[in-house]
Design a protein around this ligand. Structure first.
Ligand code: UD1
Ligand code: CA
Length: 465
């Protein structure tokens, strides 16, 4: 029995981040931190989910295109208590509990929200605060309890004296409140504090003043409620997510030679018996098959990589598809819409963009393939380039199956090479070549005899100087 609504606070700028980007959009392991909070709330199946946005509201809305989520805009942003007030119109006809959370606490888990709600209901509480006990409470609101251990107040660090600062039970910023009570308490909140803001935390003292008991749910696992206020907090929280992702992958059969030195976004899939070297980043919607080797310095974003693929030192792959058995790099650059066929080889200093490279094809050294289709088993010689851009438009190069392209060939697109043809080294190909033909376009070689004093110095001449 759930029947609660959730209000997520995400309107603040996040001044302590010292950033032009609002805090909740900063990425934790590749995803905006607010997305984690929202995901947990949705998994806990709240009845209604309201996001309070304000600073860069449009950007936040855009980042969270999830059905069933309602947005309200808090403008200006006068504090967490002020923010919750903006959800009131949307909850007018809702008579139940309101779960309030902050968008900067991304590690909260759905099971914790369920336990919290159960605790709240079992006690028939009207206001419950989630707290936790930490070694270093700096930056958090402190939970003040009376002699009977009942929660009576939350005091923000800036408003606390030394005695209160020494308390290490902190406010996680997560609350469950009966909706009618919530909005009546909020009306009492005044911005009388060091920051001159409307503090949501003040509803606790207001409830106590009205003799309404406030329950405290103490969460054992403090890590889950780590709030992000600074870049240092962001790094700490990111490390926890990366640790989890790495642990899951290792347990599923992936070898990480130095786990702490690989950065894998949440949601990236990697098959068993794949070996990942240090200094590797796997980002976005990347999928990697089994028995692959990924060498140091590789960055892969939004790619689909098959099985038994080797991706060698220093390669960068973005929005590309690499099929089983292919080999990429060292120092290769696969740009969007590169599709590399089975057992194909893309070697050092090869760049591929918007191109389909057929099964078994090879471009082993120093090549640019842009806007092209390269057939099966084609061999592209060293230094070959597709000249795809005429200064106005991009054009395609099509090379059919089984062609052999000598070194240092330029294909001036649009151009098409028929199946099984041979292109002589050093050729500039400007016209289509039929199947099973040899095309060469280079000036005939001439030989002249050098006279004394011409050309490079000989060893004898050197000695004379
Ligand atoms: C808040 C709590 C503090 C608690 C901590 C837990 C208050 C007054 N303090 O402090 O007791 O220990 O969280 O992490 O509530 N926001 C708005 N509108 C505003 C201001 C803030 O939507 O006008 C949002 C922010 O975007 C953020 C959240 O509320 O997601 C919390 O704001 P923040 O300024 O980070 O509060 P803390 O100082 O961390
Ligand atoms: Ca915070």
């Amino acid at each position: 029995m759930k029947n609660y609504s959730a209000v997520i606070l995400a309107a603040g700028k996040g001044t302590r981040m010292k950033s032009d980007l609002c805090k909740v959009l900063h990425a934790v392991a590749g995803r905006p931190m607010i997305a984690y909070v929202l995901e947990s709330v949705l998994a806990a199946a709240a009845e209604k989910v309201i996001l309070v946005v304000g600073h860069q509201a449009d950007l936040v809305k855009q980042a969270l295109q999830v059905p069933g989520v309602e947005f309200v805009v808090q403008e200006p942003q006068l504090g967490t208590g002020h923010a919750v007030g903006f959800a009131a119109p949307l909850l007018k006809n809702f008579h139940g509990d309101v779960l309030i959370l902050c968008g900067d606490t991304p590690l909260i888990e759905p099971a914790t929200l369920d336990n919290f709600h159960r605790f709240h209901r079992e006690r028939s509480s009207r206001l419950t605060v989630m707290t936790t006990i930490v070694r270093d409470p700096r930056g958090y609101g402190r939970i003040v309890r009376d002699e009977a251990a009942a929660v009576v107040r939350i005091v923000e660090e800036r408003d606390a004296d030394d005695k209160i600062r020494a308390i290490n039970e902190i406010n996680t910023g997560i609350y469950l409140v009966d909706s009618a009570l919530l909005f009546s308490l909020l009306e009492q909140v005044r911005p009388e504090n060091a920051q001159g803001e409307y503090y949501l935390t003040d509803i606790v003292a207001e409830a106590v003043r009205e003799r309404i008991p406030v329950a405290g749910f103490v969460l054992r696992d403090s890590e889950q409620v780590a709030g992000v206020n600074t870049r240092a907090d962001l790094a700490a929280v990111s490390r926890i997510v990366w640790d989890r992702v790495r642990m899951e992958l290792m347990l599923s059969g992936v070898t990480l030679l130095d786990p702490s030195a690989v950065y894998i976004d949440q949601g990236v899939q990697v098959g068993p018996d794949t070996v990942i070297h240090p200094c590797v980043t796997l980002a976005g919607a990347t999928r990697i098959g089994r028995e692959c080797v990924i060498e140091p310095g590789v960055i892969i974003r939004d790619c689909a990589v098959g099985d038994r693929v080797n991706i060698l030192l220093g390669s960068r792959l973005t929005s590309a598809v690499i099929r089983d058995g292919a080999s990429i790099g060292p120092m290769a650059h696969l740009r969007p819409e590169a599709q590399i066929g089975k057992n194909a080889r893309i070697g050092n200093f090869v760049e591929v963009k918007k191109s389909v490279v057929g099964d078994g094809a090879k471009a082993s050294h120093l090549t640019y393939l842009g806007d092209s289709t390269i057939g099966k088993n084609v061999n592209i010689g060293c230094g070959t380039i597709t000249c795809n851009y005429d200064g106005r438009k991009k054009h395609r190069t099509i090379i059919h199956d089984e062609c052999f392209i000598g070194s240092d060939v330029q294909f001036v697109a649009p151009v098409e090479i028929g199946e099984g043809s041979l292109i002589g080294a050093g050729s500039t190909i400007t016209r289509d070549v039929p199947p099973r033909s040899l095309a060469v376009s280079r000036a005939k070689q001439k030989i002249y005899q050098l006279r004394k004093g011409q050309g490079p110095k000989t060893a004898d001449e050197d000695r004379d100087v």
